[in-house]
Write a protein that binds this ligand. Structure first.
Ligand code: IPE
Ligand code: IPE
Ligand code: MG
Length: 262
C-alpha cells in the first residue's frame, strides 16, 4: 500500500497526518513485531478487572493492523499469548481466548478488504479445538491474499520455537554439516519471512519476554510507556519514525565514517 492509502484513512490535519508525512516510505521496516503489554495495568488504573484491559486492547489491535497494512509493511507480528501466560488465572485465559475468537470473526472482513494474509505462530496443538477451528478458518480464508502478512503469536515461546525447529531439523535427515543459519531459520515458525527490523514493546518494560529470540538478533528495539489499550496508529508511526533515525550497523561501521577511516 502507500502513503496515500494511509492518508485516506487517518484524520486530516491531525497528529497522525503530520507523523505520516515525515515517514520515508522507501525506508520502511519490512517486519514490525509488537509485544502488546500493559492491559492489566490499564484496567487497574481504572479500577476495572484485568480482562477489561484485554477487551480494550482489541481496539488497538484493529487500529494497528489496518495502519500497518495501509502503510505498506510486509509483515506484522503481534504477541498475543506466551507459553508462560498459562500461569495466569483460568478465567483470564478463557476471556483472552474468547476475545481472540471474537476478533477473528468480526475482523475477517477487514483482513480481506486490506488484502491481509493471516497466520498463527506458536504451539497451536495445545489450543482448544474451537479456537483452533477459528484460527484455521481465518488462515484458510485469507491464504490467497497477497498484501501484508499478519502473524499472531499464540502459545508462543522463543525457546520452544528453537527446540521445535531443532527437532524438525533432526527429523528432516539433514546431516550436522549441512545445517547453517539460513537452513535452520527455514525450520522456524517464521520460515521464509524477513526477520523483524523493528521490535516494539508497550508499557515501558525493557525485556523481550521470550519473543522471537532467534529472529530479533538485529532488530531495533523501541519501548514506549504507552499501555497497549492506549496504543494507536499515532504511536506506531512514532515507532517507525524512531526506527528511521537509527543507525543500523549489523556489526559493521557506518559508511560515511568508514570512508574516512584507513
Ligand atoms: C498484555 O497485557 C496481554 C497479555 C500478555 C496477554 P498484560 O495482561 O500482561 O498486562 P500487565 O502487564 O499485567 O499490565
Ligand atoms: C509478554 O507479556 C507476553 C505477551 C505480550 C503475550 P507478559 O506480560 O506476559 O510478560 P512479562 O511477564 O511481563 O515478562
Ligand atoms: Mg504484562
Amino acid at each position: 500500500m502507500s502513503l496515500d492509502q494511509l492518508l485516506e484513512w487517518i484524520p486530516t490535519g491531525g497528529a497522525e497526518e503530520a507523523l505520516a508525512r515525515q515517514i520515508e516510505m522507501d525506508r520502511l521496516p519490512r517486519h514490525v513485531a509488537i509485544i502488546m503489554d500493559g492491559n492489566g495495568r490499564w484496567a487497574g488504573q481504572r479500577h476495572l478487572p484485568r480482562v477489561e484491559g484485554h477487551r480494550a486492547g482489541i481496539d488497538s489491535v484493529r487500529d494497528v493492523v489496518e495502519t500497518s497494512a495501509r502503510l505498506g509493511l510486509d509483515v506484522l507480528t503481534l504477541y498475543a499469548f506466551s507459553v508462560e501466560n498459562w500461569k495466569r488465572p483460568a478465567t483470564e485465559i478463557s476471556t483472552l481466548m474468547m476475545l481472540l475468537k471474537r476478533y477473528l470473526r468480526l475482523e475477517l472482513s477487514t483482513l480481506l478488504r486490506n488484502n491481509i494474509r493471516f497466520r498463527v505462530i506458536g504451539r497451536t496443538d495445545a489450543l482448544a479445538p474451537d479456537i483452533m477451528e477459528e484460527l484455521l478458518a481465518a488462515e484458510r480464508k485469507t491464504s490467497t491474499n497477497t498484501g501484508m502478512l499478519f502473524n499472531i503469536a499464540l502459545n508462543y515461546g522463543g525457546r520452544t520455537e528453537i527446540v521445535d525447529a531443532a527437532r524438525r531439523a533432526m527429523a528432516s535427515g539433514l546431516g550436522p554439516q549441512d545445517l547453517d543459519e539460513d537452513r535452520f531459520a527455514g525450520f522456524l515458525y517464521t520460515a521464509g519471512q524477513p526477520d523483524p527490523d523493528l521490535l516494539i514493546r508497550t508499557s515501558g518494560e525493557m525485556r523481550v519476554s521470550n519473543f522471537l529470540l532467534w529472529q530479533i538478533a538485529y532488530a531495533e528495539i523501541w519501548v514506549t510507556d504507552t499501555l497497549w489499550p492506549d496504543f494507536r496508529c499515532r504511536h506506531l508511526l512514532e515507532g517507525v519514525l524512531a526506527y528511521q533515525k537509527r543507525d543500523r550497523r549489523f556489526g559493521g561501521i557506518t559508511p560515511p565514517v568508514a570512508a574516512g577511516v584507513k
